[in-house]
Design a binder for this molecule. Sequence first.
Ligand code: PLP
Length: 454
Amino acid sequence: MTLANSLAALDAAHQLHPFTDARALEEKGPIIIEKGDGVRVWDSTGKEYLEGMSGLWSVALGFGEERLVKAAHEQLQKLPYYHTFSAKSHEPSIRLAEKIAEMAPEGLNHVFFTNSGSEANDTVVKLVWYMNNALGRPQKKKFLARKNAYHGITMASGSLTGIEADHTDFDLPILPVIHLTTPHFYRFGAEGETEAQFTARLLKEIEDTIAREGADTIAAFIGEPVMGAGGVLVPPAGYWPGVAEICRKNDILLIADEVINGFGRLGTTFGCQRMGFTPDIMSVSKQLTSSYMPLAAVVFSDAVYNAVADNSHRLGGFAHGFTASGHPVATAVGLENLKIIEERGLVAHAAELEPMFQKGLRDMLEFPIVGEARGVGLIGAIDLVADKATKRKFSKPGQVGQIANGFAHEEGLILRAIGDTLALCPPMISTEAEVAEMLRRMRVAVERTVKAVA
Ligand code: PLP
């Protein structure tokens, strides 16, 4: 038995995998990824892949950045762990908090560290509730979110998530959350409706919801500037500025979930900047450390901070935090990662690659099964459909996506099949030639899928 075979057997015997059919894994075994370098990873059979998904939309600097390894190593030697509870602090967390505040939109000067994006969004909920209790408005607790949004999988963040499969049999949502229409014109635009009319309808839905529920019961609106895990869904023009205006008018906090968009993915430092709005709170993670270490953060305004700080003083402490909040190794890696993103101009690089990347995706509209191609910056997707004219979906949702995903794998490209949507999110360090090669392999996978489903 080879090492790969025995590892596969051990994996099936002992490890339950996220977002995986456990019985299928027992039968087929996992794909064991052994090593990585640049935009490539290799599996245990020696097969090489272009990592067109940056892992989980996160490995901005690719899989072999020595400076991040060095930053971790040096911090491990100096101070491998210390916490940030009870007024303790350490330099890496301080420096990274300062760096995030410097990069963040005007007025977002305060940072709370967590280990994951889910914990960041749970922290957002608690922060907002704590603030509203402190301000003497305990009834202002509801969240507005969107169908198909992904905000994480813990009890609160999983409740904000608007993907049905992530709720099924987990008894979610547990929060008072209202999931509004997904801002995706191709799929949710009504027959004969223009994009501008679609935007107006969605904004009216928000206003009507607020009028129905009462603005004094709604704490916040949360959304990813461009939705990621829901299928790379780009909102229609005017949507975000409209949402921001409605929130301001109604004293509802606006929260940008920048876990995928943040640190350059859309060709701007944060997705909200590209989409034309300024939030009160952002959650960030993923490209914060290029996923070399688990780390996330909530970034918030002076107004939120002041209400929370006053209340922590009144109560004798802000009773929230994690053993690893601001972990020194994770924050040291995050700081080095952000420095590299700046030094190498990777945000501008994403903007420069955008035209060829997005054109490459849109060129796939020539295939009879590609219904829509979309994206912004260095994130994009195509939708596979049974009938382009009517946008009719395939009879078994997700099956054709899996076929295409299998072909991409054979061609040496890791992409992500989300139902019958194929997403691509190249590392931010990708060269134009590497992005072109990812697109070429994706085209081959789609061509083979066209023949397979004919
Ligand atoms: N928010 C968004 C937009 C995400 O895409 C994700 C994860 O993909 C999360 C939150 C949750 O982050 P984590 O998986 O680190 O808990």
